[in-house]
Design a binder for this molecule. Structure first.
Ligand SMILES: Cc1ncc(COP(=O)(O)O)c(C=O)c1O
Length: 423
């Protein structure tokens, strides 16, 4: 039986949605559930003390905060909570990871990265500079010869980059700009086979799931990856990041902060990391997701989310790719066809002989009010500077990013504003 999303139920869980404002910048950060807000308030009201002391309030506080690793474990489908590390952001988690791997990197080792969000580029580029390693880019390339912006990652182009020196392959499960689901399991399998055939002694795979986790199910075991990261503020909770570090990899990652690897901790809290109350607030993400279908199961939840999101994507992409919009110079940045692997994170530029700046398109939405979308490079510097002219790197693209609590009626409202812009 197909699992169907009850969108009204989903919306009722978010106090911000009662305002009627159309939140269409969810790839920048989604709204937070009442349940998550309640957990944070309850923590601050009743158990806001330092962890690890023997007095009763601290014991309760410690249990509450350490318990949050179990929800993250289930969201990743990791084996144990020992494999979960919390950090203030995915950027910080990945940078800490790259520093922790430093002693395992030799001069000439090769890192293959996607030019996507800087969080998944910067840490690897800095690590390469510190250790004399080499960066190779797995770039997105067009899928439609008539649209140079119709970018997606192609497996064969990645495999061509692999050599006996490949040490790390780090890619996004979904780009926060292009919005396509990358088949992580298939890619990781092919990478490992190619690396083995070419004689690479040790290849580790790291996945950035920040733009993926709100939409589709993560499965680090089925994917066979070594590291994986996502941020709860995209998954209906406060800004905290969880990182998966596969158990055997824990042995070779040097502790760069005093709790990174301490085995006595049920999970690892990094100094300078998130507040305990926000870690506690993340516990609401899993129950919320499970509550979205009667099956009480993540696979069912994400099946229902995928079906609903596909309706949103189909409505929006059908408008944006229609011949009138194409003639006006509108070019979707990313895959143009709707379908279950196309997420409702939809970017575009207005090029052609009557180009419009992304900033000016968004200005119309701002002037009408009531809808939040934005323009820019979205920290995907490498990708946005790779875009063909006339996309201006300082102007970037327009991005409309929806999640399962957005409705087809909201998409229709967005389309009505486009009609004014292009009238
Ligand atoms: C794909 C992707 N990776 C990484 C990040 C960075 O996450 P954080 O803000 O938690 O550092 C983002 C944030 O938008 C993102 O979209």
């Amino acid at each position: 039986m197909a699992h169907v999303l009850d969108v009204e139920y989903a919306r009722s869980q978010f106090p911000a949605l009662k305002s009627g404002f159309i939140f269409a910048d969810n790839a920048g950060g989604s709204q937070i559930t009442q349940r998550s807000i309640d957990l944070i308030v309850d923590y601050l009201t009743n158990t806001n003390v330092q962890l690890g002391a023997d007095y009763s309030v601290s014991v309760t506080s410690t249990t509450r905060v350490f318990g949050a690793a179990e929800e993250a474990r289930q969201l990743f489908n990791a084996d144990t909570t020992d494999e979960i590390v919390f950090g203030s952001s995915s950027t910080a988690n990945l940078d800490n990871l790259a520093r922790g791997l430093e002693n395992t990197i030799n001069e000439g080792d090769e890192f293959i990265i996607t030019g996507e969000h800087e969080a998944n580029c910067g840490p690897w580029k800095k690590l390469a500079a510190r250790r004399g390693a080499v960066i190779k880019y797995w770039h997105s390339t067009p899928t439609n010869p008539n649209n140079p912006y119709s970018l997606s990652l192609k497996l064969e182009e990645l495999l061509a980059l692999i050599s006996a020196k490949t040490r790390i392959v780090a890619f996004t499960a979904t780009s926060n700009l292009l919005g396509s689901v990358v088949p992580v399991q298939e890619i990781t399998k092919a990478v490992r086979a190619e690396a083995a055939a070419k004689g690479a002694p040790k290849v580790e795979v790291s996945i950035d799931c920040v733009a993926y986790a709100p939409h589709r199910r993560m499965d680090v075991k089925a994917w066979d990856v070594d590291y994986c990261v996502f941020s709860f503020y995209k998954v209906y909770s406060p800004h905290v990041s969880a990182m998966y570090v596969r158990a055997p990899a824990l042995a070779s990652v040097t502790s760069i902060v005093h709790h990174f690897l301490a085995p006595e901790y049920a999970y690892k809290l990094q100094p300078g990391g998130p507040g305990y109350e926000t870690v506690y607030g993340t516990k609401a993400a899993l129950p919320y997701l499970l509550s979205l279908t009667p099956a009480n199961d993540l696979a069912a939840t994400f099946e229902a989310i995928a079906a609903h999101e596909t309706k949103l994507v189909t409505a929006l992409l059908s408008y944006l790719t229609a011949p009138e919009q194409a003639a006006r110079g509108l070019r979707v940045v990313g895959v143009e066809e709707p379908g279950p692997t196309r997420l409702p994170t939809i970017s575009f530029v207005v090029a052609g002989d009557r180009p419009m700046r992304s900033k000016d398109v968004v200005k119309v939405f701002d002037e009408r009010g009531g809808i939040g979308i934005r323009w820019g490079h979205f920290y995907a510097y490498t990708l946005s500077t790779q875009l063909p002219p006339p996309a201006d790197k300082d102007d970037g693209v327009v991005r409309i990013s929806l999640v399962h609590y957005n409705t087809v009626a909201e998409v229709e409202k967005i389309i009505s504003i486009f009609k004014e812009i292009f009238a």
